[in-house]
Design a protein around this ligand. Structure first.
Ligand SMILES: [Zn+2]
Length: 254
C-alpha cells in the first residue's frame, strides 16, 4: 500500500518537472536553472509553495505575492503524471520496467502539450528518447534489443515514407519531421508491432477527431491538427493493450 502512495508522489513530483519542460523547451531555455518563478511578477517560488497539486489547492490557484491566477495546466499535468505513475506501478511493480515506461509516458505527456501549443515536437526529447528506449531494451524483459532496433527503423522509415508521399501528392507538408522522430522513439520503447498498431490507432482516432472538428467548426482539411498527440495516445494504448489487440485481430482473422 505504501509503495502505491510513493508512486503517486513520485509521479506528481516528476509532473512538476514536466511543467517546467513544457514551458521552457520551446523557448530553448534551461530546464534546471533558474528555479521556478511566477510568470507575472517574476517572484521566485519558495519550495513550500511548489509542492505538486497541494500548493495549487492551498494557494487557491493564485500567486502568493501578486495574486495572479496560476494556470490550471500545472495541477492538471501533475495529476496526469501521478495517475500514469500509479497505473504503471500497478502493472509492472517495483522494477526497471516501471521506471523506463514511466519515463516514456512522461516524455509523451511533454510532447503532446508542446505539440498542441506550438505544433513542434522537440528533438531534445525524441532523439535522446530513442537512445533511452534502446538502453531499456538491454535491461528490461519486455523487449529485445533487436525488436527495439527494428522499431526505430520501422517507426522512422514508415512515417518518413508517408510524409514524403503526402508532400508529393498535396504539395504541402502534412506530417513534420518531428512526428517521424517521435514514432522512431515509440518504436525504440515498444518494438515494431507496436509501431504498426500506433500508426493504425493514431490515424483512426486522428481522422475521427478531424471529422468532428470539421463538422463542429466548419473548417476544411487544410486546418492542420498536430499529429503528435494522436501518436502519443496510440502509443499509450499500444503499451497497455498491444498483446490483447493483436490476439483479438489474429482470432478475428482466423
Ligand atoms: Zn506573482
Amino acid at each position: 500500500m505504501m509503495w502505491y502512495i510513493v508512486s503517486i508522489i513520485f509521479g506528481a513530483l516528476i509532473g512538476s518537472f514536466l511543467n517546467v519542460c513544457i514551458f521552457r523547451l520551446p523557448k530553448e531555455e534551461s530546464v534546471v536553472w533558474p528555479g521556478s518563478h511566477c510568470p507575472h511578477c517574476k517572484t521566485p517560488i519558495k519550495f513550500y509553495d511548489n509542492i505538486p497539486l497541494i500548493s495549487y489547492i492551498l494557494l487557491k490557484g493564485r500567486c502568493r505575492h501578486c495574486h495572479s491566477p496560476i494556470s490550471f495546466q500545472y495541477p492538471l499535468i501533475e495529476g496526469i503524471s501521478a495517475l500514469g505513475s500509479l497505473i504503471l506501478f500497478t502493472k509492472f511493480g517495483p522494477s526497471l520496467s516501471y521506471l523506463f515506461y514511466f519515463l516514456f509516458v512522461a516524455a509523451l505527456i511533454v510532447i503532446t502539450v508542446i505539440d498542441l501549443y506550438h505544433q513542434i515536437i522537440p528533438d531534445a526529447i525524441s532523439l535522446p528518447g530513442m537512445g533511452v528506449g534502446l538502453l531499456a531494451s538491454l535491461l528490461i524483459p519486455q523487449i529485445t534489443l533487436f525488436n527495439s532496433l527494428i522499431g526505430i527503423l520501422l517507426g522512422g522509415g514508415s512515417l518518413f515514407l508517408v510524409a514524403t508521399v503526402y508532400q508529393r501528392l498535396f504539395k504541402r507538408e502534412g506530417m513534420g519531421g518531428g512526428d517521424v522522430k517521435l514514432l522512431a522513439m515509440i518504436g525504440a520503447f515498444l518494438g515494431w508491432k507496436a509501431v504498426i498498431l500506433t500508426i493504425l490507432l493514431s490515424s483512426l482516432i486522428g481522422s475521427i477527431t478531424g471529422i468532428i472538428i470539421m463538422v463542429l467548426k466548419g473548417k476544411d482539411f487544410k486546418y492542420a491538427i498536430p499529429f503528435g498527440p494522436f501518436l502519443s495516445l496510440g502509443a499509450v494504448i499500444a503499451l497497455f493493450y498491444q498483446d490483447e489487440i493483436i490476439f483479438w485481430y489474429l482470432q478475428y482473422k482466423g
